[in-house]
Design a protein around this ligand. Sequence first.
Ligand SMILES: [Zn+2]
Length: 296
Amino acid sequence: MAGAAGLVLAPARRLAAAAQTPTKGADVQRLSDDLFVLRIPGEANVVAHVGADGVVLVDGASAAGSDALMTAVASLPGGRPVETIFNTHWHPEQIGSNERLGKAGKTIVSHENTRLWLTTDVTWPWNGQRFKRLPKIAQPNKTFYTTGELKSGVRYGYIPDAAHTDGDLYVYFPKQNVLAVGDAVCGQGWPVVDYATGGWIGGIVGALQRLQPLTNDDTRVVPARGPVLGLADLKTQYEMYGKIYDRLTTLLNRGRGPSEAVAAKPTQEFDARMGNPDEFVRRAFESLWGYLSPDA
Ligand SMILES: [Zn+2]
């Protein structure tokens, strides 16, 4: 009887299993046996490492995407509870799982500047968008200034150029030769230059240069947006943003303003590949004020 019941039940179990994997809404890219990029529609990339000491996440989706992320993490091979999460910077697309993980007593790692931004309300001057501070339990509970290392050998460090914000960090997985870089490097379209919290076009160029010695030809570089990149992409982007930086600083030094910078088309030869640059150029130009203007 047990055998017959098993035969009847088996197809139903298989159907149930098929409905659950891959996790609804999440695309799982396997970088190695224990390292994955999780892509949930509308969310930033999340890197998940399944190690002996639990799951380590680099970024945690938005609050709206957190449930889908946790479902995706639970379905990974060898899935275990999340023990550690890195916030590559303070933006809502990165910190949406902090509250649940903080309440569960897990470790939330960020640069100290990221923690500070999460303890205060932020308003973006270019569109008036407002961001509320996080409750204490959701704020990073382990911060650093320069570099650090987890027990498992995973290394992390500050990217002090302020490419995207002034709290950008990278996480390097040496066994898998994978470098997660958050939004300090953009893998898709023009980047967001969040000059309200320190980011600037000079920092984009600086970070692209600084990260190259951390990689070799086989390193997979995982940005918060877009596909997995490599060293060749960092070099290409470094040249492109270097040219754009030079053109924008020339315009600034001639006393031009943001609208004139957009009209000067400083990204012209890249636009076919990269898309409409106007918002990026305006923001990148404005980001120079805080760093290069004499009265800054
Ligand atoms: Zn961001």
